[in-house]
Write a protein that binds this ligand. Structure first.
Ligand code: SF4
Length: 329
């Protein structure tokens, strides 16, 4: 299947705020390497999970794809067209129509003074996709697809009159109303009760079935990624360290970081197949001081000399499965 979206060597660096001493001593401002050279493709109708801890750069990747942040290098291709430098509102309109974002905090995302109808109708109106009666039809359809039935019961309600799960469904309906071809969902269920999570995930999976919609699902939760995704890309400190099918990444991980992530989640696999690697130590280093060599070496239980000086390339370890580690082969 053709790629709907492709990231090529994508980079987002920004200058860090230097301290007073840095300025007095004339030290140059350091760069924060939030996203540090990412190659990733998403196919039409595919669900790709982008998995990483906080500070890995995963939200920045989502913001670049939805044009809320501008990359400092690399390219963003949508259906083969380079949209990296598209920035004017009018030029962005067709793109916004086709690529939508769902944020994690439905409370923040919804205007408390607007009714559900107005919230879901807003993107239709601002992107000039529907008028008059059509708006009502599209809003009804979107609410129904997001599992809010019967839709008309929700038209006049305000966000504070809804449960957390219903609010997240309204956010999803707002994204769906414009009939996008790709949705970027940033931790869409992390604020919800476990009992409601499965229902919301089901809504997203159904959309792929019914509309062949592609989804980039951003999460810190590997078991959740396995549940929903076809492929998983593991992000560490601004770089993808492993990409593969959801099954391979979960049950046959080939990067020590992925192995550590899996070992941190008791839900997956048995103790027997878990291997000998100890759990992860410490925090993700700051993106303003990315370690030399393999960026994971400061936390890797298998690190050896070469890892401290030379950055490993992406090595193919199986069909559609790559790992960025000297030991991957
Ligand atoms: Fe660990 Fe070295 Fe592999 Fe990096 S390259 S993940 S430090 S073994």
């Amino acid at each position: 299947t053709a790629d709907i979206l492709r990231l090529e060597s994508l980079q987002v660096h920004f200058p860090a705020q230097g301290g007073v001493f840095d300025r007095i001593l004339g030290r140059p401002a350091v760069a924060v390497r939030a996203v540090d050279g990412i190659d990733l493709n998403i196919r039409r109708g595919e669900i790709v999970a982008l998995v990483g801890e906080s500070g890995s750069g995963k939200t920045t990747v989502g913001r670049v794809i939805t044009k809320l942040a501008q990359p400092t290098a690399g390219r963003l291709l949508f259906e083969g067209h380079d949209v990296t430098s598209v920035q004017s509102l009018s030029a962005l309109r067709p793109y916004r129509h086709r690529v939508q974002m769902i944020f994690q905090d439905a409370y923040q995302a919804l205007n408390p003074r607007h009714t559900v109808f107005d919230i879901v109708a807003e993107p239709l109106r601002s992107l000039r996709l529907a008028k008059g009666k059509q708006v009502t039809e599209r809003v009804s359809e979107a609410l129904a697809s997001a599992g809010l039935n019967p839709p008309s019961d929700f038209f006049a309600r305000f966000p504070h009159e809804l449960s957390g799960g219903q609010r997240q469904r309204v956010v999803i309906a707002g994204a769906l109303a414009v009939k996008p071809e790709l949705i970027v969902a940033d931790e869409p269920v992390s604020m919800l009760d476990v009992s409601i999570r499965a229902q919301i995930l089901q809504v997203l999976v159904d959309l792929r079935e019914k509309r062949n919609m592609a989804l980039l699902f951003i999460t810190h939760d590997l078991p959740l990624a396995w549940l929903i995704a076809d492929r998983i890309a593991v992000l560490y400190l601004g770089r993808l360290v492993e990409i593969g099918s959801a099954d391979d990444i979960t049950f046959n991980p080939r990067h020590p970081y992925t192995v550590a992530l899996r070992n941190a989640t008791p839900q997956i696999g048995s103790n027997a197949d878990r291997g000998e690697l100890p759990a992860l130590q410490g925090e993700v280093p700051s993106a303003a001081s990315v370690p030399k060599g393999c960026r994971f070496h400061t936390r890797c239980p298998l690190a050896f000399d070469r890892c401290k000086s030379e950055e490993p390339p992406a090595l193919e370890v199986g069909p559609e499965h790559t790992s960025v580690c000297w030991l991957a082969k």
